[in-house]
Design a binder for this molecule. Structure first.
Ligand SMILES: [Fe+2]
Length: 288
């Protein structure tokens, strides 16, 4: 038995990614995402061969789940003792026929980037896979997990990010809210449906802190601490980053209300948050 519940926010080996390992008092593990193939050695170090009660995959983007897929293809995930994998990805077969989207090229690129690679291995992991429904909850040792948001049809200007799972993990002491890579439109839906569920002590900043949910979501959370999965270049990016300079193009793609990390950091200042855990500083250990 451990005397504390510890959350490891793992630093990136790749350019950017998201990876968390929670170790319960009974020494079981919850993994969230894990990052890319090059992030796997550090993930394994923090898992330390423990039993993985839950591996939660937030959404089908390479900086979140390509490590998981690569580990399956390398040796059938032999280095991990996994009880259950939780996810809810968009319906590929249905979406690949859709053309009623703001930017078809972008939409199809998003759809085909990582999801097909997961669908290839999905039948092989069927015995440990669980497709999450919104509103579902589960308990792992002292951790209560509530799934607050899953994929919504029609959010097509930011397809994969807006399909992110949003969930809270509550221990007897702390509540942490994970927002995955949710963007502005997904954030609107989350706020409208579930703002009463968002209050938490700690929040994982959506989409690495930029092009993310609006300030009203964070105001509903009112966190005391923020988790930023941000390498230095991402945490300290210019106030108006180069990828946001062509506003006309963004409007055409219906990718509006996108801001850089600097703006989000200012929101957190306004909300009075004093504690920031940033992966640029290394792997952070947070007691829950
Ligand atoms: Fe991401």
């Amino acid at each position: 038995m451990n005397d504390k519940t510890l959350l490891y926010q793992i630093t990136e080996t790749s350019e950017y990614m998201m990876s968390f390992v929670l170790v319960t008092k009974a020494d079981n593990v919850i993994i969230i995402d894990g990052g890319r193939p090059e992030d796997m050695p550090l993930l394994k170090k923090y898992v330390g061969g423990r039993h993985i009660s839950a591996w939660i995959l937030t959404h089908a983007h390479p900086d979140h789940i390509s490590g998981f897929i690569a580990e399956y293809n390398r040796n059938r995930l032999a280095d991990f003792d996994i009880e259950r994998v939780y996810y809810h990805f968009p319906p590929y077969e249905e979406l690949k026929e859709r053309t009623d989207v703001p930017d078809l090229k972008y939409f199809q690129r998003e759809l085909n980037e990582t999801l097909p690679g997961f669908l290839e291995i999905e039948p092989e992991i069927a015995d440990i896979a669980h497709i999450v429904r919104q509103g579902e909850s589960l308990d792992i040792d002292e951790c209560h997990i509530e799934f607050i948001y899953t994929y919504h049809d029609g959010l097509f200007s930011n397809l994969m990010n807006d399909s992110s799972l949003v969930f809270s993990i509550t221990t007897p002491q702390k509540k942490v809210l994970f927002l995955g890579d949710l963007g502005p439109e997904g954030g609107d839906v989350l706020y409208e449906e579930s703002r009463h569920l968002l209050k938490a002590d700690i929040v994982q900043m959506a989409h690495h802190g930029h092009m993310n949910v609006g300030m009203e979501v964070y105001a509903a959370v009112m966190p005391e601490a923020c988790l930023w999965c941000c390498a230095d270049w991402l945490y300290n990016e210019p106030e108006i980053p180069s990828y946001l300079q062509n506003r006309e193009k963004l409007r055409r793609m219906q990718r509006e209300r996108m801001y850089g990390t600097t703006v989000t950091r200012r929101w957190m200042e306004i909300l009075g948050v004093k504690t920031h855990y940033v992966t640029k500083d290394g792997t952070n250990v947070i007691e829950l």
